[in-house]
Design a binder for this molecule. Structure first.
Ligand SMILES: [Fe+2]
Ligand SMILES: [Fe+2]
Length: 351
């Protein structure tokens, strides 16, 4: 299929959810639900990297990612009535076909595909065959306004096959969904965008400068990565592209912690914000389940964005944890792009 030009995509009038000027656009962001309980895998399904992931789940992860915690978070998120919801990957654990169907039902509980945007994480590409099931169940949630599905397994260096990034315009907000999801060897949780995807992202960002441009990506792109084995391999090329085009906000998951960093943009720093796993129970060593609301106001050259983090308290109730305003000046978050995590916990290997 031939790809539309950037101008065709940008000029699309498929604008959904446009609010009146002056009314903040509220974007919700949650990530890494790692939905449980894990369906019972067949023996043939375990004859792969999945076996290690399954053992991992049975020996610990099932005590971290709790359905009750995720229910509380999604209930609170729905009550906040955001204009749009983003999910930045790792919906499943070991990429069993039944997990993708289960995740589809959970997505439907968040909202219809037009109101919920998904990008995949490394667990959603746990084995090479995962792409097939992901496309079958999640495609409408990863589709651009031009009707082109961005759900195909993105190919690294694959030209026409590269269906990510996808673009959705919602009022003054442009949502650009990237895929870093590649199958990796056991004990690796790396991600890769590939040059064609980065180039296409740069084209879109360059053409959308009058909108509040949000880049959705699973792996955190700021330097340095929290661990070598789970890094975004071509984060440098990504940062180079952002330095040339700018963006207003980059949101991610993967590290399972609250994080705030910034990278060089075009004329200012670009905030990079991460959230914990939405299903992490309270009272454990990881950050408890949480999500962010971004209240976006203003207009070109005068944007405002308030971040409200809400998450689980030890009591099991969901409450506001943090509230701050983003800024795009020189080095508001430490200047060198270093990530500032809140009560960071760097343990664990398989995010
Ligand atoms: Fe991840
Ligand atoms: Fe994860």
């Amino acid at each position: 299929m031939s790809r539309g030009s950037v101008n065709q995509v940008v000029a699309s009038d498929a604008v959904v959810g446009e609010g009146a000027v002056g009314t903040p656009f509220v974007l919700a962001h949650l990530s890494d639900p790692h939905l449980g309980p894990l369906p019972r895998p067949g023996l043939r399904e375990l004859a792969s990297k999945r076996l290690i992931g399954y053992i991992n789940w049975r020996h610990g992860r099932h005590r971290v990612h709790l359905p009750d915690a995720l229910d509380a978070i999604t209930r609170d998120l729905r009550a906040a009535r955001p204009d749009h919801v983003t999910v930045t990957g790792d919906l499943v654990n070991i990429a069993l076909p039944a997990e993708f169907a289960q995740a589809r039902r959970w997505l439907e509980s968040l909202g219809p595909p037009a109101d919920v945007s998904v990008v995949p994480g490394n667990h959603d590409a746990y084995v090479a065959a995962a792409g097939l099931h992901r496309d079958r169940h999640w495609a409408p949630y990863m589709e651009g306004d031009d009707g082109r599905s961005g759900s195909a397994q993105h190919s690294v260096g694959g030209g026409e096959k590269t269906l990510f990034p996808y673009l959705r315009r919602r009022g003054r907000v442009a949502l650009i969904g990237l895929s870093t999801a590649i199958a990796t060897p056991p004990f690796m949780a790396t991600g890769r965008l590939g040059d064609p995807q980065i180039a296409r992202m740069a084209e879109l960002l360059g053409a959308l400068r009058t909108l509040f441009r949000v880049v959705m990506i699973h792996h955190p792109p700021a330097a340095p990565p929290s661990a070598h084995h789970k890094r975004l391999i071509d984060a440098g090329a990504f940062r180079q592209a952002i330095a040339a085009t700018g963006a207003e906000l980059i949101i991610h998951g993967h590290d399972h912690v609250h994080a705030l960093a910034s990278i060089e943009g075009n004329g200012g720093r670009v905030p990079v914000v991460g959230v914990p796993s939405a299903s992490a129970g309270a009272g454990i060593k990881h950050h408890a389940g949480a999500y962010n609301l971004y209240r976006i106001g203003g207009g070109p050259d005068d944007w405002s964005c308030e971040v409200v983090s809400r998450g689980l308290r030890p009591s099991g109730a969901v409450a506001e944890l943090n509230r701050y305003a983003l800024s795009w000046g020189a080095g508001p978050f430490g200047g060198n792009g270093a990530t500032r995590n809140f009560n960071r916990n760097a343990s664990g290997t398989d995010r």
